[in-house]
Ligand binder design. Sequence first.
Ligand code: PGA
Length: 271
Amino acid sequence: MDIIVRDNYDELSEYTAKLIAGFVKSKPDCVLGLATGSTPIGTYKELVRMHKEEGLDFSQVKTFNLDEYYGTGIDLEKPYELDQSYARFMHEELLKHINIKAENIHIPDGLTKTPNEFCKWYEEEIKKAGGIDLQLLGIGADGHWAFNEPGSSLASRTRIQALTRQTLDDNYESFYKKAGIAREEMPHFAITMGIGTILEAKNIIMIANGLKKADVVAKCIEGPVTSQITASAIQLHSGGVTVVLDKDAASKLNSLEHYIHVEKMKQKYGL
Ligand code: PGA
């Protein structure tokens, strides 16, 4: 696992976008797993800049998003500003600004009437695409990956999941409040890829910033693997794993100095 620490959020975002762009350049038809939340917004902004200014090409890229609230989706009947769906978020923050083909975009359908069938279909689509080459992830304050709340099986697959109070509070503050939507009107369920699904991605990039993530990041990386912090499953991944943190999110890591030293040495040796 590579642990990269940057001074601030902007540098974290630039570094992460460069990693993703490098991946897209080396495999133009790659399958990217995408995440929502406040953390990746800067990364997406930088990818959009690279597309517009440097011609970063997404024309053959396929994407699969991690999750979606159940009870939302792009709903043309709904006033635009009330649509807090992750589908809307992805279009606004990234997808509508780059040259990705509509048929290559996959986001769980939060309006499906048959969620169990949908979840099976989503897993099949990931397989048909050849699996996810690079999965981008944040980490929730309760240690979740996607909407795999504490207690989710580390072998779980795409399914419907109830959201915890912590997640509802966090997402209310970050998104729903600004849109003037009452907390009790937020969706209380989501469709999410499982931890087992995520671990099958060939490469993983996890990003976190801010002091409020410092405790959970330390537990995730240096604590025991536990279904109480589903992101700790990162320790079970056998492929390329990169964790990109700002100084604040990294501040509670016991081996912080070691990680910083390793990055410097890798640069020196060209590794
Ligand atoms: P955040 O959410 O980026 O809004 O902090 C992260 C997550 O819940 O995975």
